[in-house]
Design a binder for this molecule. Structure first.
Ligand code: MG
Length: 444
């Protein structure tokens, strides 16, 4: 079985965690917590659970405020715990639950953390949206769970920290992001021969446009993704290619690679989900219909999926698959991600937080589409000046100090939560910078 898991110490790839225990692998019924169960990933995961009724018991479900949908899910799956963002949502949820359905309702970040570390749960699907997803991922890592990770921001913000924590607690990470699961699949048993990972990108709705043509695009146009049906933030990120930029950082963190070994290729059909280049110049790719139930099912049921959960691929019907280079002059996001990985020292936190703030401003009609990446570039420049002014090293990972590396158990957890507070502060500072940058008219 171990050949299905990329190694942690090889010359080609250093995967972020060890594989899940044999006990977990052989479990007849896994006890699952889904953080973000009402979003598109969470709902697809529940499709997998429904299709494999003997394989899972749902221990907990969580969302932010989509209480109607959460109540419907609770009525079907009867988890012992639910978690929502605030007491208002919790009160609304209580009224929606059917008679006889009385789960404990947890609230806020503390509630998500409790859910992610439930003693009775062995598997956590981390699929909350955005930076808020890190707390749940980190709680699951500290509790030694098998984490099916769909929240890429967790790795973007705290990849070094998660690698360290999982090493201490025995937690494992399986990559749910479709590109990263494709890489995981292609690397199996050959990771030491891998020379480069190649992420495919659809190119989004504005592929082929000039920089001038992007100045006037509207949120409605940017929200129309050609192939994937996803939430608003990730759809805008796909249009700017910031999603691929975050995925480049995610790949570097998952597979322990420098950014020069991760390439991006535009592939508008979204059939080839990613490729691995080996030292013999051969490549392996994973091809399938663009349907998240493929990676979700494979991660939840790893190491063995006995049946298909998606429509079969007919290459003859698709006819042709095309590939081209990214136009980095028009879509600068990927270059910004490479820069963030080279500088380290919190830069990817800044990139991610600046993007989150700028996407919201764009959706609210308060800045233009190109202002999103302009704001991210400006925030990164601002952060770099701060590092230099403070005499700090650009290469230091933001989260790991020498003293932290030695910590275990509760002391490690306390240091992690403290670190999360520092990250939150950097995010807030970055978001404020972006808002003033856009408002001052320097970006618009
Ligand atoms: Mg993806």
């Amino acid at each position: 079985m171990s050949s299905l898991w990329p190694g942690r110490k090889g010359p080609g790839v250093r995967y972020i965690t060890a594989e899940p225990s044999l006990e977990w692998q052989q479990k007849k019924r896994r006890s699952l917590v889904i953080l973000g169960s009402t979003g598109s990933i969470g709902r697809s995961a529940l499709d997998i659970v429904r299709a494999n009724p003997d394989a899972f018991r749902i221990s907990g479900l969580a969302c932010a405020r989509s209480v109607n949908r959460l109540a419907e899910q609770a009525a079907i799956y009867r988890p012992d715990y639910l978690a929502v963002l605030d007491t208002e949502a919790a009160d609304a949820l209580k009224k929606l639950l059917p008679a006889g359905c009385t789960p404990e309702i947890l609230v806020g970040q503390e509630g998500y953390r409790t859910l992610a570390s439930l003693p009775e749960a062995d598997t956590v699907l981390s699929s909350q949206a955005g930076t808020a997803g890190l707390a749940g991922t980190l709680a699951a890592a500290l509790a030694g769970k098998v984490i099916c990770l769909a929240n890429k921001e967790s790795l973007v913000q705290a990849g070094d920290l998660l690698r360290h924590v999982c090493g201490k607690t025995g937690a494992s990470i399986l990559p749910v992001d479709s590109e990263h699961f494709a890489l995981f699949d292609c690397l199996s048993g050959r990771e030491d021969d891998a020379t480069a990972l190649i992420l495919t990108a659809s190119g989004g709705p504005f592929r082929g446009r000039s920089a001038a043509e992007l100045e006037d695009v509207t949120p409605a146009q940017a929200l129309k993704h050609p192939n994937w049906n996803m939430g608003a933030k990730i759809t805008i990120d796909s249009a700017t290619l910031m999603n691929k930029a975050l995925e480049l950082i995610e790949a570097c963190q998952l597979y322990g690679l420098s950014p020069d070994r991760v390439q991006v290729l535009v592939h508008p059909q979204s059939i080839v989900h990613s490729l691995v280049l080996f030292k013999d110049a051969g490549m392996l790719a994973q091809l399938a219909m663009p349907d998240m139930r493929l990676p979700i099912g494979n991660c939840l049921l790893w190491p063995r999926v006995e049946k298909s959960h998606i429509a079969p691929l007919s290459l003859a019907r698709i006819g042709s698959l095309t590939f081209s280079e990214v136009d980095n002059a028009v879509f600068p996001a990927i270059d910004l991600a490479r820069k963030a990985m080279q500088v380290r020292s919190g830069m990817s936190i800044v990139l991610n937080a600046a993007d989150e703030a700028a996407v919201q401003l764009f959706l609210d009609g308060r800045c233009s589409f190109p202002d999103i990446t302009r704001s991210v570039a400006a925030a990164m420049e601002h952060h770099l000046m701060g590092i230099r002014a403070g005499g700090r090293s650009e290469q230091t990972p933001f989260c790991l100090s020498e003293s932290m590396l030695a910590l275990e158990g509760t002391a490690l957890a306390e240091a992690c939560w403290q670190m999360l507070g520092t990250m939150d502060a950097l995010q807030e500072e970055t978001a404020a910078f972006v808002r003033s940058f856009v408002q001052d008219g320097t970006a618009c």
